[in-house]
Ligand binder design. Sequence first.
Ligand code: BGC
Length: 770
Amino acid sequence: MKKTPISLLPVLVLTILWSCAGNRSNSMNTTATATNTDPIDKKVDSLLALMTLEEKVGQMNQYNGFFDATGPTPQEGNSKTKYEHIQKGWVGSMLNVRGVDEVRAVQKIAVEQSRLGIPLIFGSDIIHGYKTLAPIPLAESASWDLEAIEKSARNAAIEASATGLNWTFAPNVDISRDARWGRVMEGAGEDPYYGSLVAAARVRGFQGDDLSAHNTILACAKHFAGYGFSEAGRDYNTVDINRSTLHNVVLPPFKAAVDANVKTLMNSFNELDGIPATANSYLQRELLKEKWGFDGFVVSDWGSIGEIAIWGAAENLREAAKKAAIAGSDMDMESYAYVEHLVALVKDGEVPESVIDEAAGRILKAKFELGLFDDPYKYCDETREITLIGSEQQNQDALDIAKKSIVLLKNQNNLLPLKKSGQDVLVIGDLADDKNSPLGSWRIGSDNETAVSILEGMKQYDANISYQQGVRLTDANAEFTLEVQVNETDPSGIDAAVQAAKGKDVVVMVLGEHGFQSGEGRSRTDLDLPGLQQELLEAVYAVNKNIVLVLNNGRPLAISWADENIPAIVEAWHLGTQAGNAVAAVLYGDHNPGGKLTLSFPRNIGQVPIYYNYKMTGRPTNLPGAPDDLVFWSHYSDVENTPLYPFGYGLSYTTFDYDQLSLSNQEIGMNDKIEIQVRLTNTGEVAGTEVAQLYIRDKVASITRPVRELKGFKKVSLAPGESTIITFELDQSTLGYYNNDGEYMVEPGTFEIFVGGDSYADLTSSFRLK
Ligand code: BGC
């Protein structure tokens, strides 16, 4: 790595200081110092002792990128203020400054012009890649491939760090059960067990084994907590969940991230128990920092400190700053609340200085761990920026996980895979010829129009396929405006598509949502195919039934009509840079799909929120002996209770059979393990990959438990006719749950188990825990 020599006085002062850190720790005027023995903590204490109150508060202040840092110094307005604040040491971190030149230029202001030369952390939303985009996180989660998910995060960190960044605001570990909420595209679906494993994998991927390496970055588990339960799926809305849901569904992935040593958390826009999360000390102090022992720092979500006042939980920005700081929000993202008010709040005795020391100390610690004090420019290497970003390897890996993310939802009469020759294929759909939409939401460093389109991918297999747009979907470039929601209403292309479809062997219709139709601020009250796409689908179906529907979307859609009528359906999400190559590989059978849904697909929007791990209710079915048409049980009178496609569901070009379920014991003690074995056989004619899943049901508990809970899975590849024995294990760590005080409990009783290829698995047995 190219090192930039640090010859500047402020840094020299600090460097000398570190070497005698041990001697200085006793003179610290902070509560945290007396017992610090960790070398980094000692350095932090020594540095804190040198800092003015203003400088310590400065560490807690984060600004969005503000000007062309390599250009002239800003002379007026907000940019000038931010510039001057960096010079004064009143800024701890920047977001959305990226590119080696820009990062270096901004870092230089902090390092060379501020009194102590404390380097900045540079953060950004590297959600599913920087320039080379992997599938959106929801899609990746459908791979059930934790290694590939970890690698994807690793690759994102490699590209991000090569552009000067050292902090990503990811992973999003919000569990959500509501497809109306646009941000389901950013998470790992509805299940806390699986979501926890994915959270930990992503943290490992971003942070690697050595945070001080130049290609690892800080991860940020977000949004703490409950954001995925925004009421009615409307983004930023209030959240009203009970303690059992909080502890058993919402919090486990955060805890898993903390256990995986995540260095930062972001709090959330929502309130919890009537207290905005940013001002919530139960979450941030009691639980996160005290009970879980989290030693990193918490950043507010964008402006969320200011929003405490808008919620009506603080009189004004000053009171919001006080509440957030006391509640344990360590860094203020763009509210200006801390920088404007914290110093005065301390001086007026309203916020103890120890709160500032603690927060600033946590932030400084992360800077030491990143190695920024050794070399503030360690992420600024043009050679790495040129060679690593968008490399062949990055693209290969993105293609690999894109293929693994695809879920086959239906394949009647083996319409798929398509034949590589001899079939007359028509492709229809605006999204098929789109090089932008597959990139999905959150694309910090990628250029528009850089994905391989599905049409391009397919043409590599069959140059003769023809194409019809059908209907336009949206304005493809509307990243930050509502424009993208306005679907085209011009039906004039439908007729041409219908005419072209007549007599074709197969019609591949690529329909769904544009990449910006899901994501932050993109809630929907309608989960049907947007615009005129349903009309187009039905019109084409009227003349040609051999349709393969390829869905592009960032959330479950309600496609009951398609499920009833269309013979083949492929869930292809927004798969990133390599989307078209991945989809084509699946359509033409070079990759046998093995993905499984991690979020239930409803039959219609009225079923939402719908999820597999629901509670029994007192009336789950008609009462025994009651007439069949009795209405007094928990159901709808117009649609079944079940989802269209359940959690864990996904087909393959082959078939799998489960049998020979056996348990090592019928009864186990509290400290025992139980082994569950099942035989899995590939009963079809091609090799394939299956995700074998284990669910439990705790029959009777002090607090009601879900009808099923995922507690294990194995992803297995089998040749045609091949069988294997799969072994799962259960013990205390998987058989318990959290009570309403957040204490983990394991209770004796009967546990049912279910093994199979989705959450409706019907191979079952049971055992007792004594
Ligand atoms: C989002 C966060 C994101 C932040 C910074 C907010 O609006 O909720 O997830 O990290 O902006 O871009």
